[in-house]
Design a protein around this ligand. Structure first.
Ligand code: 26Y
Length: 804
């Protein structure tokens, strides 16, 4: 339904009067934002109900994407875009003297995730709806999202993210759909009158799970799916049990905060309870919905329901489904297991050992006694079946419960029919190394699904100047189907197009430069190379390697002020887990180096370092369109995929990368001439592990450049890092440089020098940039979810349908 501009304006004014008893002239941006949000929500509410009804009426198989993190960021513009009313709404607001972009800034980021995994889940939600697939998200409604990051004296300080303070315009509380979740206490099996064994619960706590639903609006197709997030409450029946304020607090805190650890498993009780809470609530509501609306026997569940386990955090889906099918639906173990394995599928997002979830038997038994009983049984049956087919040690290594711990990845693989990695290289490593034992047992379960990004958000919404150039050059079909970006390839030698793209980039850079000045007081020139590394701070991602190179440049310039070199602004965005000491030390060192270099009159604006605080989705939206260089420099084999690499490429940045994660596929897409590859390959990294020959000390002794750079950390060159500098130095020399920074240093420097040269030839650079944009289409999450839908979930797209 097209939007009539005049009607829209009247409606906005009318709603403002109704809700705030105010005229537009007197309303604040905040009030206008909330009014506009309500108006947008009202526009898709019919389609939301119709979509739901269509799935039910047609008995459509649906996928439920279980993820402990979702990271949608702001939703106003993407909802307007997907409803096909972004331009008209913008014009209407302009008529009223209001800038849509200013209004959009009012919206708090929905930051219910740490990084890549959570953002991927949200890109998938967009693409599932846009592809017309019956699919829903299931997660937790945290009262506080990921902490807000500030820098004080160069140190990271964490502040609470009170995103719900002024209310959340997009969600709908559905109290009538609440379910109870039981935790703690004791469970034993007792015989019922008809001779069956049934679990009896004693002294358990009952938690009330209340769902908050958010519409996931598809792109111009009248499909609106549901993201269901659960919040904890105290059930009426339990009121008298929770008379102490302390007791209430403890319970209400369950969904208060998102754990801010990215890939660093800590095994804490509340986290385990969180995991069970949203898993149990989600599965109960799926079964209830199935029974009420589908009216099919429970034995047919796998024909109508698919459940996706996003990393191991929702792995309890397996025993919880078993519990419901056996304890409540009274199926036999064999029947229940058959259904469960058919319903479940699992994605692995990491090969880092410290991210693989394990829980002690003791904690599991105390917290979730019935879950533990079921997992014990799954484990016992697994061993019994497999020991007839495989060697004893293989079965022992792969079982779920071993050495006093419950292994959630093992549970996820054994309890599902599909295990996938998130980039070709990553999926290959799962098969050959990390999960090799399981690959021997279940070769058919393993597959690859290379990640993708919500291309419309990461181009149309964040980069209007570039989008306009694309429209003028290749028409508008790319807006719907990003595969059509390849039409741009025909213009790689068209000087006029190259220049227009360069102008668009310049506009974005100037805008970011203004933002940088506003937030950090650092003045940067839009003529400089904007060299960007944005991602969580983690040793394996090697932000420190980036810093080593910057220090080298600084030392070169001090020694030889007439050195020829392009001006560069090094831009960082990264949060460190609050308990990740080493990552915080790196932040401090980057900030102190920035202070030193940015204020050195010898350097002027030849190098600038900008560490923008509080990296999140909406900050990414400001940085990415302005980037010239995309730093993807993790140690080969460590980054499962990466997704900022895809977003930066789409916006015309040139990738500087190791052959890690999806970088390999980016290289395949653009060709060796349009990307800068350096460093050890994954094979070479594994060779080092095997022959244990690596000596960082030797590199330090033999390489004068490395020595000079590292000495800067301990000889006072960089001020205010007496302890931190020593720690960095020791991590590299005394503890032998776990992530081979020094081994990759020379080839990184060389690649950086090539980039410097290439940027000097603007036409050459612009052509590379165009080729990157033109080949980014294949990294669309539309494509990725289609592959999941076809190969794993077995769900069908509902062709675009019109409700009127
Ligand atoms: C167990 C717990 C502490 C934990 C919490 C968060 C474990 C892992 C994570 C998050 C992992 C994550 O974000 N992984 C990233 O997933 C992206 C999407 O697949 C990948 O692109 C990226 O390479 C990977 O690091």
């Amino acid at each position: 339904m097209a939007l009539d501009k005049e009607i829209f304006k009247e409606e906005l004014k009318q709603r403002l009067r109704e809700n705030y008893a105010m005229e537009l002239e007197d309303a604040s941006e905040q009030e206008i934002f909330y009014t506009l949000g309500a108006l947008v929500k009202a526009r898709y509410s019919d389609a939301w109900r119709d979509t739901w009804k269509y799935y039910v009426d047609k008995n459509k198989k649906q996928v439920y994407y279980f993820s402990i993190e979702f990271l949608p960021g702001r939703m106003l513009k993407s909802n307007l875009l997907n409803l096909g009313i972004l331009d008209t709404a913008r014009e209407a607001l302009t008529d009223l003297g209001i800038h849509l972009d200013d209004l959009a800034e009012v919206e708090k980021d929905m930051a219910l995730g740490n990084g890549g995994l959570g953002r991927l889940a949200s890109c998938f939600m967009d693409s599932i709806a846009s592809g017309g697939f019956p699919g829903n998200g299931n997660g937790i409604r945290y009262d506080y999202g990921l902490f807000k990051q500030r820098f004080v004296d160069g140190y990271q300080v964490e502040l609470p993210d009170e995103w719900l303070q002024s209310g959340n315009i997009w969600e709908v509380r559905r109290e009538s759909k609440a379910v109870d979740v039981r935790v703690g206490g004791h469970v034993y099996l007792a015989e019922t009158n008809d001779g069956k064994l049934k679990p009896v619960y004693e002294n358990e706590r009952v938690l009330r799970a209340v769902p908050y639903d958010t519409g996931m609006v598809g792109y111009e197709n009248n499909v609106v799916n549901t993201l269901r997030l659960w919040a904890v409450e105290i059930p009426d029946s339990e009121e008298d049990k929770y008379q102490s304020i302390q007791g209430r607090r403890e319970l209400e805190d369950l969904t208060a905060v998102l754990y801010p650890d990215d890939s660093n498993e800590q095994g804490r009780l509340i986290r385990l309870t969180q995991e069970y809470f949203f898993v149990s609530a989600g599965i109960q509501s799926i079964i209830r919905h199935y029974k009420k609306w589908f009216q099919k026997p429970i034995s047919k569940l796998s024909e109508y329901v698919s459940i996706h386990i996003n990393d191991t955090h929702p792995a309890l889906c397996v025993p919880e489904m078993m519990r419901i099918l056996i304890d409540e639906e009274e199926l036999s173990w064999e029947q229940a297991w058959d259904i469960t394995v058919k319903v479940m599928s699992y994605t692995n997002h990491t090969i880092m050992a410290e991210a693989l979830e394990k829980w002690s038997i003791d904690l599991m038994q105390r917290t979730l006694p019935r879950m533990y009983q079921i997992m014990e049984e799954i484990d016992a049956r697994y061993v019994q079946t497999m020991q007839e087919l495989h060697p004893h040690d293989l079965v022992e290594r792969t079982r779920i419960i071993r050495n006093g711990q419950v292994h959630m990845a093992h549970l996820s693989i054994i309890g599902s029919h599909s295990t996938n990695g998130v980039a070709k290289l990553h999926s290959d490593l799962l098969k050959s190394v990390v999960l090799h034992d399981f690959y021997i047992i279940y070769p058919d379960r393993f597959n690859n699904k290379t990640n993708g990004i919500a291309q419309r958000r990461w181009s149309q919404i964040v980069n209007e100047p570039m989008s306009n150039v694309l429209d003028e050059t290749i028409g508008k079909t790319w807006r719907q189907d990003s595969g059509d970006l390849k039409l741009l390839r025909n213009y790689q030698s068209d000087q006029a197009v190259l220049e227009k793209l360069a102008e668009a980039k310049k506009i974005n850079k100037q805008k970011l430069a203004d933002y940088i000045l506003g937030t950090t007081d650092i003045e940067v020139s839009a003529d400089a190379i904007f060299d960007v590394q944005i991602k969580r701070l983690h040793a394996y991602k090697r932000q420190l390697l980036n810093l080593l190179h910057i220090i080298k440049l600084y030392q070169d310039l001090k020694e030889n002020p007439s050195l020829e070199m392009q001006k560069r602004v090094f831009i960082f965005g990264a949060k460190a887990a609050p308990s990740y000491h080493y990552a915080k030390v790196i932040i401090k060192c980057i900030n102190e180096t920035a202070n030193l270099i940015n204020n050195d009159p010898d350097i002027k604006d030849r190098i600038k370092i900008v560490f923008l605080p509080n990296y999140n989705v909406s900050l990414a939206e400001k940085i990415i369109p302005a980037a010239d260089v995309s730093e993807q420099i993790s140690l080969a084999s460590k980054e499962a995929s990466g997704t900022s690499n895809m977003k930066l490429m789409l916006n015309g940045a040139i990738t500087l990368a190791t052959l890690d994660g999806a970088n390999v596929e980016i290289r395949d897409a653009v060709g060796d001439d349009n990307i800068y590859i350096f460093g050890l390959t994954e094979k070479e990294v594994y060779e080092y592990y095997e022959n244990q020959e690596y000596s960082a000390q030797r590199l330090y002794d033999e390489n004068a450049v490395i020595r000079r750079v590292l000495n800067a950390f301990i000889d006072g060159t960089i001020p205010n890092i007496v302890y931190e500098g020593r720690e960095i130095f020791d991590s590299l020399i005394k503890y032998n440089d776990e992530y081979f920074l020094l081994r990759d240093f020379d080839s990184y420097v060389e690649a950086q020098e090539e980039i410097d040269k290439a940027y000097g030839d603007q036409t050459f650079w612009q052509k590379m940039s165009l080729i990157n944009i033109a080949n980014a289409g294949r990294f669309s999450s539309d494509e990725t979810v289609s592959r999941y839908a076809e190969d794993i979930w077995k769900i069908e797209s509902k062709d675009s349908f019109v409700t009127e």
